[in-house]
Design a binder for this molecule. Structure first.
Ligand code: 7RM
Length: 630
């Protein structure tokens, strides 16, 4: 009893999944290909914390993504690739071709000394080879660590070093709108500081000039001619590592979230099918980048496990014009379109003619992910893209959760605009008050926690289990704390209200305030800074920086430009502050902590009630900050 076709089914399946979670998840797990069945479904302790699913089971996720489909869909398109440039032909990769390419990548990695358990960094743009790279690692049990190809050299080397990657897979360059980005140059810069990296494999994409280091760097296309397309799938224990994916933390050091094979496979495979209600032959398009968890779970693994056709798009929504997404939907007759509120809001600001000139009648379902979708954007999306015909699945989840946690089910859950609605079967949320008590009943608001394990939860932070415990399991004893706030309305629908901690979400990307502050502080004129988010029409949240300089800046705008460039170089353009206010001091507590609550209020333009400021070291700075607000 795991399949859902009606809202009544949902209620029944959900109840079953809570009353008998192990029976429920083992029924789901039976629908996958295992090399050896598990001996025990679950073992857990949220105090340690320790979570193990499908203990004793053995599997390889790539068999579930590829091999199992070959008898009946070898010639079906697995990946449909649309280039950045609309004039470049799209590529169709069948399940058979995917099999062959993945096996070749796997063999290429082996040829270069990569073994089960070794970490491999993938720093690639949205090309099919990025999916081959991910699956090629999984095929041989190497742990992939994909780093978003918009990150700077410094961010890349930090991530490579944190998990001691042995190899890097990358491209000569990438295309993004009318820009060409020199990826290999960034890798070369990063690799000056990464002693663990032995080999670099470079895929040719832009054909820009690159420097190849003898003995370390190899061309993808030459290496791929040296291997064949047969590679047995490595048997993986359920709890063996599948991948590491870095996400921002509040100390500035990114956290390498660790996902393991069995539970991740089961949760992602099940939720893709259940939430989207994917039907045979449908074309599914998720616009995320493979560098984020959404790309991992719902461009690559989820769709492929379900024998779907997944569209992979290299470009951006605004080039050559603001109609690019809609043109792609028309061109390929996309049925399911899954994107982020930030993209919706930016396209909503363009003239409607960019939408109207395209035939969007192929669409059956829309999705949203990455941040709370505001009602205005929801209605625009529903009316203008879905033509009031398509449901919107507002999927709430995190890098840490691996897969969907709270979401409507397509054509099943009665929708409420801007509500992620109900928990996925098997997921048990609990809303907590600030004293650590669970708030029962409906029509309430608090902090969102999860009180029972789910299969695709991260098992640890790579190399730092203490930080994993402190970050997620110590705020509320015995519960996983999401860091998000939420409401549960009188009908029991969940609405996620955003981060309650110090992470800000800019255009759907998680950025730690501390990370941006430390980048700003790199500028030689800057003494100290504090960053908070503020509501931004397009990006959801914008970056507002309060900056203390050594001496009063002579030319404030010039300095703002330099600070923005510094942040861009160190972290990436995504983290550039939208507003920079120069101040002479910051509101700090006696123990030296910045009171962000006050800065947040100022950044939001609400300075009438700043709350209690008596614990501040120097309450005087508050007036200055208020008066200088931008
Ligand atoms: C998938 C992803 C996680 C954070 C999460 C939330 C926010 C994501 C929604 C959402 C409201 C949603 N992973 N978030 N989805 N907030 N409604 N549907 O985004 O690790 O990068 O970010 O994103 O704050 O904690 S993530």
């Amino acid at each position: 009893m795991t399949s859902i076709k009606t809202f009544e089914d949902y209620k029944q399946v959900y109840r079953y999944s809570v009353e008998q979670p192990e029976a429920f998840w083992s029924e789901v797990a039976t629908q996958f290909v295992w090399k050896k069945k598990w001996d025990q479904v679950l073992e857990w302790n949220f105090h340690k914390p320790e979570v193990k699913w499908f203990i004793g089971g053995s599997l390889n996720i790539t068999e579930n993504c590829i091999d199992r489909h070959l008898p009946h869909r070898a010639s079906q398109t697995a990946l449909l690739w649309e280039a950045n440039d609309p004039n470049e032909p799209s590529r169709r990769i069948t399940y058979q071709e995917l099999h062959d390419e993945v096996c070749k990548v796997a063999n290429m990695l082996k040829m270069h000394g990569v073994k089960k358990g070794d970490r491999v960094c993938i720093y690639m743009p949205m090309v099919p080879e990025a999916a081959y790279a991910i699956l090629g690692c999984a095929r041989i049990g190497a742990v992939h660590s994909v780093v978003f190809a918009g990150f700077s050299a410094g961010s890349l080397s930090d991530r490579i070093n944190d998990s001691n990657c042995k190899a890097v897979l990358t491209c000569d360059g990438s295309f993004r709108g009318d820009k060409k980005i020199d990826l290999k140059g960034i890798v070369d810069e990063a690799l000056k500081k990464t002693p663990s990296v032995e080999k670099v494999i470079v895929l040719e994409r832009t054909r820009g000039p690159v420097t190849m280091t003898e003995g370390r760097d190899f061309w993808w296309h030459t290496e791929m001619t040296k291997v064949n397309a047969i590679c047995d799938a490595e048997p993986m224990d359920s709890e063996d590592l599948l991948f590491i994916l870095y996400t921002s933390g509040s100390t500035g050091k990114p956290k390498g979230m660790v996902h393991t094979c069995g539970g991740y496979m089961v949760h992602i495979g099940y939720t893709f099918q259940t939430i989207f209600q994917y039907r045979e032959k449908e074309l599914y398009w998720c616009t995320a980048d493979v560098g984020w968890v959404t790309g991992h779970s719902y461009i690559v693994y989820g769709p492929l496990m379900n024998g779907a056709t997944s569209l992979m798009f290299e470009g951006i929504p605004s080039w050559p014009d603001m109609g690019r997404f809609w043109q792609v939907i028309e061109k390929h007759k996309v049925n399911i379109f899954y994107t982020a509120p930030t993209a919706i809001r930016s396209l909503q600001n363009a003239p409607l003619s960019f939408v109207e000139r395209h035939d969007l009648s192929s669409l059956r379902l829309l999705g949203s992910v990455g941040e709370p979708i505001n009602e205005e954007a929801w209605h625009w999306y529903h009316a203008n893209i879905g033509k009031d015909r398509c449901d919107i699945v507002d999927t709430w989840w995190q890098t840490e959760t691996g897969g969907f946690m709270i979401s409507p089910i397509a054509n099943v859950t009665p929708m409420k605009p801007a509500f992620a609605s109900f928990p996925v079967p098997g997921v048990q949320p609990a809303v907590m008050d600030e004293h650590g008590h669970e708030i029962e009943g409906n029509g309430i608001e608090g902090r969102l926690t999860i009180k029972f394990p789910w299969p695709s939860m991260a098992r640890t932070i790579y190399g730092d289990h203490g930080r994993f415990r402190d970050t997620y399991f110590s705020t509320f004893s015995g519960k996983y704390f999401t860091g998000d706030g939420c409401k549960r309305d009188p009908d029991g629908y969940y609405r996620i209200t955003g981060r309650v901690d110090d992470i800000i979400i800019v255009s759907g990307h998680n950025l730690g305030t501390a990370e941006i502050e430390s980048a700003i502080d790199e500028h030689h004129d800057v003494v100290e800074s504090a960053v908070v988010g503020f509501p931004h029409d397009i990006k959801g949240q914008g970056v507002y920086a309060f900056v203390i300089c050594y001496k009063k800046p002579e030319n404030e705008d010039k300095l703002r430009g330099e600070i923005r460039d510094t942040v861009s170089k160190i972290i990436g353009a995504i983290a550039k502050p939208d507003k920079i206010q120069f101040v002479s001091g910051l509101p700090k507590t006696r123990s030296g902590k910045i009171m962000r609550r006050i800065l947040r209020k100022v950044a939001e333009g609400d300075t009438t009630n700043l709350g209690d400021t008596t614990t501040l070291l120097d309450p005087g700075v508050v007036d200055e900050i208020k008066n200088g607000a931008l």
